[in-house]
Design a protein around this ligand. Structure first.
Ligand SMILES: O=P(O)(O)OC[C@H]1O[C@H](OP(=O)(O)OP(=O)(O)O)[C@H](O)[C@@H]1O
Ligand code: HPA
Length: 179
């Protein structure tokens, strides 16, 4: 599996270090709000990042998951489908969406709009990665781990055709794998 990786962009140590910083920043912001947020992981890509982040939160929060899908291989299909909704109601709640990557931005724009339509008080986004060169809609994560170049990246939750999510680092996939 590692043979399919062209270059390691972020190793485990770098990711962990950044998660500690993000958790501190998020904690300080929610403490000021005196709110108990619902931390919502977008399945499946956010799972390793979410686990790394939430174990460092010492404030009261609830955890939930949603599954939305918008990719077929390396192609964003534009149409964001909700495949599994949250269990907890988001009405009147502060929501912290946990995402692995903001790429075109379509997924998060749809998800954020959906939370607002359902009556959430506030929606914030934390994303491990941001790929701003690919953005087609105007959306910005409130907290970003790392900005990455316009390359297809895998590992630490991110997949290509459901593979490579379990790599403990983030790397650029060799183009011949998906061409
Ligand atoms: O900014 P965008 O262009 O919308 O892309 C980002 C989304 O694409 C991937 O999800 P995917 O639909 O592949 O699901 P997954 O998390 O199960 O891999 C990724 O996890 C983000 O949710
Ligand atoms: O670069 C990426 N890698 C994996 N999944 C993705 N979904 C959007 N962009 C990416």
């Amino acid at each position: 599996m590692s043979d399919d990786i062209l270059k390691v962009l972020l190793n485990e140590e770098q990711i962990e270090k950044r998660c500690i910083e993000l958790a501190e920043q998020i904690e300080s912001d929610y403490e000021k709000l005196h709110a108990v947020p619902i931390v919502v992981g977008l399945l499946k890509g956010s799972v390793p990042f979410m686990a790394e982040l939430i174990k460092r939160f010492t404030f009261d929060c609830e955890i939930d998951f949603m599954s939305v899908s918008s990719y077929d291989g390396t192609e964003s299909i534009g149409d964001v489908r909700i495949e599994k909704d949250m269990d907890i109601s988001c009405r009147g709640r502060h929501i912290l969406v946990v995402e692995d990557i903001v790429d075109t931005g379509r997924t998060l724009r749809e998800v954020k709009q959906m939370f607002m339509n359902k009556g959430a008080t506030d929606v914030k986004i934390v994303s491990l990665l941001d790929k701003p060169e690919r953005r087609v809609v105007d959306i910005k994560a409130d907290y970003v781990g790392y900005t990455v170049p316009n390359e297809f990246v895998v590992g630490y939750g991110l997949d290509y055709n459901q593979k490579y999510r379990n790599l403990p680092f983030i790397g650029i996939l060799k183009p011949e794998i998906y061409e």
